[in-house]
Design a protein around this ligand. Structure first.
Ligand SMILES: [Zn+2]
Length: 466
């Protein structure tokens, strides 16, 4: 418990600086513009995304026995039954992707975890106890912070709507053993500042369940951030991933769009492909998607560039049908180094400043690798920098903070993608500076990695100032 409390205090301090996390922790950096965690050299399966065990579906979760939202005076706004129904319906959003073999099952209320004895979780102290049981692999709780007391007690910024991620990982098989999602009902109480519409709140829920399922943030149509909040161009919104790090636009469902964008559907299918004989309602992933893959390279055509956002856009529907990935998404964001260890032959945490991340492959062939699953059609591929503000809990890709693309690249010509086939296309950046260390990493500056979160206020606040 003491360890957890200390952990939470440090989370609170870092959260105040908007560089950290939701709770679960700060143990380790996230990888990649697709999977939220990738196996490392000695933890998980190297270069393979962590996933829930496909042989043990459905993913079993437990729900907070309290209401989803209530006012400061205790008036319930969204009761428990309605909250449970919304949780199920939003997990169904992912479960219903025909090319994804993932399903979810509610197996009851959150189990007591002393000193939490049951009932609404409701306080930071109870949350820490429930989190500890998740950390131990006992349960995967979905927590309703009905009036924001938990988020407040943990010291999270007021703009954080929810957070989610893995608790316990199976280091041998590369699986999630347990996970957690926490939603802040204060945004639905009809009373507090920064209210969300029901559609926006559901959008936030579905986004958090994407993290719970193993997905990282994605960046497509980032230009929406220079427009007006809640008034995004519909074409841009259609291609904007649910897993975009900031809830800036109007909710996709409120605009008549499906909750999941093509990018979300491609990535959940990449993590949980339907193989063999598809059950009713499912489609073989390889019959519905092809792949464009390759490496992003410096101007020398040899050195690989990690941390570049790569987007494939369909010819004829470039804003609406697009899928992205960050180059080097399977490679570690922090390889570490033992040169300056006091005893390089026996590197330990006591003798080294940076042992590196336990997540992400150490295979240098993957440093600039990208891979994008796409519905059949013709596509062009482009590159861009990960938006500079996407750091901390809003990060995406292996590098936190992100780096600017080190060169320029004109879009590729159209490439034809067929189901079940792979097109290989390397991308050589022009005008890149000379490289002198292929293992440098921006992650060296950011030793603590927070849990992914979804936030709202920062951009709105900036706009008001401007
Ligand atoms: Zn998120």
């Amino acid at each position: 418990m003491k360890r957890l409390l200390n952990r939470c205090r440090s989370i609170g301090r870092a959260a105040a600086a908007l560089t950290t996390c939701g709770l679960l922790l700060c143990q380790s950096p996230v990888q990649a513009g697709g999977p939220i965690r990738v196996g490392g050299a000695t933890f998980g399966i190297q270069g393979q995304p962590f996933v829930w065990d496909p042989a043990a579906m459905p993913v079993k979760y437990r729900v907070d026995p309290g209401p989803l939202s209530k006012r400061p005076d205790g008036t319930v706004v969204i009761d428990h039954a309605a909250g449970v129904a919304r949780v199920k319906s939003l997990f169904d959003t992912w479960q219903n992707v025909p090319t994804a073999a993932i399903s979810y099952g509610n197996i009851g209320d959150i189990l007591p975890a002393p000193p939490y004895t049951g009932g609404p979780v409701g306080t930071a102290q109870n949350f820490i106890a429930v989190f500890a049981s998740c950390d131990a692999g006992t349960q995967s709780p979905i927590i309703f912070d009905a009036d924001g007391s938990i988020f407040g007690g943990l010291g999270l910024p007021r703009g954080v709507i929810g957070f989610a991620g893995a608790c316990k990982l199976d280091p041998v098989n590369g699986r999630f053993v347990s996970g957690l999602a926490a939603l802040n009902g204060r945004f639905q109480d009809g009373f507090s500042a920064s209210q969300l519409t029901a559609a926006e709140f559901d959008h936030a829920f579905a986004h958090e369940f994407g993290h719970f399922s193993g997905l990282d943030h994605s960046q497509i149509n980032v230009n929406v951030l220079s427009g007006q909040p809640r008034a995004c161009n519909l074409d841009d919104l259609a291609g904007l991933p649910l897993m975009f790090p900031i809830l800036f636009c109007q909710a996709r469902s409120a605009a008549g769009l499906p909750v999941l964008a093509p990018d979300d559907m491609a990535w959940i299918s990449r993590l949980y492909p339907v193989t063999g004989s598809p059950p009713p309602g499912k489609t073989l992933t390889s019959s519905a998607y092809g792949t464009i893959s390759g490496k992003v390279l410096f101007t020398d055509g040899i050195t690989q560039a990690q941390g570049v956002n790569v987007i494939a856009r369909q010819v004829g529907s470039p804003r609406t049908i697009a899928v992205s990935v960050v180059s080097g998404y399977l490679f570690t964001g922090n390889p570490g180094q033992t040169v300056t260890c006091l005893d390089p032959s026996n590197p330990t945490t006591a003798t080294c400043a940076n042992l590196g991340s336990r997540f992400g492959s150490h295979n240098p062939a993957l440093i600039g690798q990208y891979e994008i699953l796409l519905p059949p059609g013709n596509y062009t591929v482009e590159v861009e920098s990960v938006f500079a503000a996407f750091a901390g809990g809003s990060r995406l890709g292996p590098l936190d903070p992100p780096i600017p693309v080190p060169g320029t690249f004109a879009n590729t010509g159209p490439m034809s993608v067929s189901a079940g086939a792979m097109v290989v296309q390397d991308i050589t950046l022009q005008g890149t500076p000379q490289r002198f260390d292929a293992f440098e990493s921006a992650a060296l500056q950011a030793p603590a990695a927070p849990m992914a979160w979804l936030r709202r206020e920062e951009f709105l606040t900036e706009k008001r100032r401007a």
